[in-house]
Design a binder for this molecule. Structure first.
Ligand code: NAD
Ligand code: MG
Length: 383
């Protein structure tokens, strides 16, 4: 049966890759809707090329601009305030790919789960903020959450090899980012441009900065705790600069199961969309003899204090994850706007979390309040 898909954040790095996959497998998935925030030129091109049934722009100014020039016989423009709700919960929709960046994606994740759909989740921030509540919501509304993040997709695939009780450890891999080998004394002089230059992955600016501070790996620890309902002390971060193994699961018999491929997000995206089937991919295959050597290291917590902070936050649980995420979003956008230096990011995030009084089992309202609190505190610290 053909499934209908909404892609939220279709103009971003994940959204563009997803459209490429769907265009090549039209016999299985039909495009229902697209959403974007500001890149209306690209959105118009996507409408012309892929003919979704619906399209929306979530930002009022960009929506007005888009509406003025929008023309299509086959696609209908949805209002900017209600478009996302329609794309996530209309009865015709089967799968929602949430590829929005940051906490702005939370509402879409909630709406998708409440509508009992499959949520193909790239927006890791919503998993981090929503916290322990996410699984109870998914159960209650019979929704499926399938990760798009490459590491979590790898873990998902490796978990097929054994029972949950047989899992000893999750080995969460990361490239280590562009500053893995830079001596700690030189961190003070890192520029925005250097931080935006990731060695193995080509991604949107926010996650690229998160990879440079290793906050990304920190968010992924929390994402894994929530998604696989596994304690934080069973997750070990392993630095693997080649980005060929995308994560591993170690079982009680000491077997380790890994998932490998070249770094190409189209693989985990298609796994989440077509699961439990696999679809043909023209993505470059790994030539193991050319790859030669795969290397592994322990992370350096001194150079990357945000990784340590995230481990602590993952262990404590509760609403402080929302504060950490919010403070990080403010700090990263301050760097991108040239208001602060790269080296200031960890201090802003750590100070925000330290000043916050954690709520152990927060309600959704308390989580949203924690997000607001984190933003305010970080803005104060940005100055
Ligand atoms: P991006 O910056 O390239 O794209 C973000 C998309 O979100 C754009 O389409 C934009 O229009 C939309 N958007 C931005 N602000 C919005 C708002 N306020 N409301 C609604 N829509 C908004 O980002 P990306 O790299 O594609 O990442 C998207 C998500 O996927 C992030 O959560 C990221 O952590 C996650 N992710 C990305 C990759 C990757 O390879 N890019 C890998 C793993 C996970
Ligand atoms: Mg990842």
């Amino acid at each position: 049966m053909i499934k209908r898909l909404s892609i939220l954040g279709s103009t971003g790095s994940i959204g563009v890759s997803a459209l490429d996959i769907v265009a090549k497998n039209q016999d299985r998935i039909e495009l229902f809707g697209l959403s974007a925030f500001s890149n209306v030129e690209l959105l118009q091109k996507q409408v012309e090329q892929y003919h979704p049934k619906f399209v929306t722009v979530c930002n009022k100014t960009a929506y007005d601009k888009f509406k003025n020039s929008f023309h299509s016989d086959r696609t209908k423009l949805l209002e900017y305030e209600t478009g996302i709700k329609y794309l996530t919960s209309d009865p015709e929709v089967d799968i929602v790919l949430n590829a929005i960046v940051g906490a702005a994606g939370l509402e879409a994740s909630i709406e998708t789960v409440k509508a009992g759909k499959r949520l193909a989740l790239a927006n890791k921030e919503s998993m981090v903020i929503w916290g322990e509540l996410i699984n109870s919501f998914a159960k209650k509304y019979e929704a499926e959450i399938i990760p798009v993040d490459s590491e979590h997709s790898a873990i998902w695939q490796a978990l097929v090899a054994g029972g949950k009780k047989e899992v000893r450890k999750i080995l969460l891999t990361g490239s280590g980012g562009p500053f893995r080998e830079l001596p700690i004394e030189k961190f003070k002089s890192i520029t925005k441009e250097q931080a935006l230059n990731h060695p193995t992955w080509n991604m949107g600016p926010k996650i690229t900065i998160d990879s440079a501070t290793m906050m990304n790996k920190g968010l992924e620890i929390i994402e894994a705790v929530r998604l696989f309902d596994i304690p934080a002390d069973k997750i070990e971060v392993v630095i693997h600069p080649e980005s060929i193994i995308h994560s591993m699961v170690e079982y009680i018999d000491s077997s380790i199961i890994a998932q490998m491929s070249n770094p190409d997000m189209r693989l985990p995206i298609s796994y989440a969309l077509y699961y439990p089937e696999r679809v043909f991919s023209d993505s470059a295959k790994i030539n193991l003899s050319e790859a030669g050597k795969l290397t592994f290291f322990s992370p350096d917590f001194k150079k990357f204090p945000l990784l340590k902070l995230a481990l602590r936050v993952a262990e404590s649980g509760g609403s402080c994850a929302a504060v950490m995420n919010a403070a990080n979003e403010i700090a990263v956008s301050a760097l991108l706007n040239d208001t602060i230096e790269f080296a200031q990011i960890p201090d802003i995030v750590i100070n925000s979390v330290e000043k916050y009084k954690n709520i152990e089992s927060p309600s959704l309202e308390e989580i949203l309040e924690a997000d607001r609190w984190g933003r305010e505190k970080a803005k104060e610290l940005v100055g």
